[in-house]
Design a binder for this molecule. Structure first.
Ligand code: GLC
Length: 505
């Protein structure tokens, strides 16, 4: 009882304490401190688009000298030795996780002006893959708690704790349910970013106390439809939450896109923003990219022809001047692969070549392998995750197909554009926000409904446009010069950080 009273007194006090002045105040020289919490980041470890964002947004923000940007990641054994060698050991602590007390080694390095910290525990992270284990809940609970526990050790109490996806959701939840009661943590505000609402971190209620160390009185924050739902918990606990495009921010208010969370999104709507991702335009630069057969830029696209010929040669396709349509995608249904399956053979009636790169569900992998064997010399199916080949395809193809059923942001359409490969996309999420229809003076081709024949219709439109060499060249230039850099979005994030920091619920 006595203990409870103390907590209440602290909470009361905390609300009354005047807010720290913002960096905008001329009298305050202190930097705005942001700590990213995420489960992957390039160049260290990548399984998807999240790693691209965590490997480029912090760097873009760090260019502003009034910001101190740091990132925490798990130290997976999968991180390649060339990166591991760059890490310095800072020390170790023990992290309480319910009744457990777990070792936590802390490593660090500075990459492009951003300080990275790595949480080392071989029991949790010495595994062949980043995700997909029976104890993923425990692994990322440990990671999230470690993030909260290392702050005194690294002497960095951020203004905004920026947590990404369900793997980092518990950091925002622990902050709200526990750590904010400690004086050093009381000014930290949480921003939670959803990169894909499909993956929510759902677990049985049985493990709430025993694994996550959450008290029964806080259960309702995490509970949703009879299970623990970490994404729901973070949405409830954070001061602000965001997603990776303005259109996806609208879409997730509807049952069609929200994977069951629409009511929670609606309830917390006033805290929600959508900011379109950018890409790392230095890494994805056709004029310098070392993976390309020949470099080129928007002003002189000659090298792209070499890239196409060499790609055809490499993939065993005839070196003909026919449109090369490419897809680089995880092979899962929300990427719109059923639309492709429905009309692939109609598309292949045309004089085109089709190149696919990706891995995923075996039914799709088998479908594309079979298609390639039946359309030898027209279809190349590369069932792999290969960064070098992806860059050769981005540069060597003419048309980039991305018919996603849902797409929070999508980065491939931006990378393809940068390499002057014209996107054909479905109008959803970030695809809608980044690609505008050619007919209306835009930078690609778009279709609205999830209908394979609507997709086929715009593919034909693109193939027709391709025949008009001059007009196509202009379209390639338009795609290649669309600004997908982080600069604009970084400004929006800075506004969101200010808004998050100056809020208090
Ligand atoms: C997820 C989304 C993708 C987005 C990426 C980075 O992978 O599915 O649309 O671009 O996160 O935010």
């Amino acid at each position: 009882m006595a203990e409870r009273k103390t907590v209440e007194v602290i909470v009361e006090k905390q609300v009354k304490i005047p807010k720290k002045k913002t960096a905008k105040d001329p009298k305050v020289t202190e930097k705005r401190k942001i700590l990213f919490v995420a489960s992957e980041a390039r160049p260290f470890i990548a399984t998807g688009g999240l790693a691209d964002v965590i490997g480029s947004l912090p760097q873009a923000l760090a260019k502003d000298p009034t910001y101190d940007i740091r990132v925490v990641l798990p130290l997976y054994s999968e991180i390649k030795p060339e990166w591991r060698r760059k890490l310095a050991f800072l020390g170790d602590i023990y992290v309480p996780l319910s009744w457990r007390n777990q070792y936590c080694g802390i490593f660090t390095c500075v990459q492009d002006g951003v300080t990275f910290y790595f949480i080392d525990n071989e029991y949790y992270f010495k595994r062949p893959n980043c995700y997909g284990y029976y104890d993923d809940g425990e692994r990322f609970a440990y990671f999230s708690r470690s993030v909260m526990e290392i702050l005194p050790f690294i002497d960095f109490y951020p203004d905004v704790l920026h947590c990404h996806d369900w793997q980092a959701a518990l950091a925002a939840i622990y902050l709200k349910t526990e750590y904010c009661k400690r004086p050093e943590y009381q000014f930290i505000r949480a921003l939670f970013t959803i990169h894909n609402i499909e993956y929510q971190g759902k677990f049985s209620m049985d493990i709430l106390g025993d694994l996550f160390g959450i008290k029964q009185e806080d259960a309702s924050l995490l509970e949703y439809q009879g299970s623990i739902n970490l994404m729901k918990g973070a949405i409830e606990c954070c001061e602000r939450f965001s997603t990776v495009s303005p259109t996806y921010a609208k879409e997730i208010k509807t049952a069609q896109y929200a994977h069951g969370l629409q009511d929670i999104i609606a309830k917390n709507e006033s805290k929600l923003t959508g900011i379109l991702n950018g890409i790392d335009v230095c890494s994805y630069d056709p004029s310098t990219d070392g993976a390309l057969f020949k470099n080129y830029d928007a002003e002189n696209l000659d090298g792209k022809r070499v890239c196409k010929k060499e790609l055809q040669k490499m993939l065993g396709l005839p070196e003909k001047d026919v449109p090369v349509i490419a897809m680089i995608s995880r092979l899962v249904s929300h990427k719109g692969l059923d639309l492709v399956k429905a009309v692939a053979e109609d598309m292949l009636h045309e004089d085109v070549q089709f190149v696919l790169l990706g891995t995923g569900e075996s039914s799709y992998e088998n479908y594309f392998k079979d298609l390639a064997s039946r359309y030898e010399g027209k279809v190349s199916a590369n069932i792999a995750f290969n960064g070098d080949l992806s860059r050769k395809i981005y540069s060597g193809a003419d048309i980039f197909l991305m018919p996603s059923v849902s797409e929070p942001c999508g980065l491939s359409q931006m990378i393809a554009s940068r390499y002057a490969t014209v996107p054909v996309v479905r109008e959803t999420g970030g695809l809608y926000d980044s690609i505008k229809p050619y007919g209306a003076g835009g930078n690609g081709f778009t279709f609205a409904s999830c209908n394979p024949y609507d997709m086929l219709y715009v593919i034909h439109e693109a193939l027709d446009a391709y025949k008009n060499t001059e007009a196509w060249k202009d379209l390639m230039k338009k795609a290649a010069t669309t600004d997908f850099s982080w600069q604009r979005s970084a400004e929006d994030y800075k506004k969101l950080y200010e808004d998050t920091y100056t809020s208090w619920q």
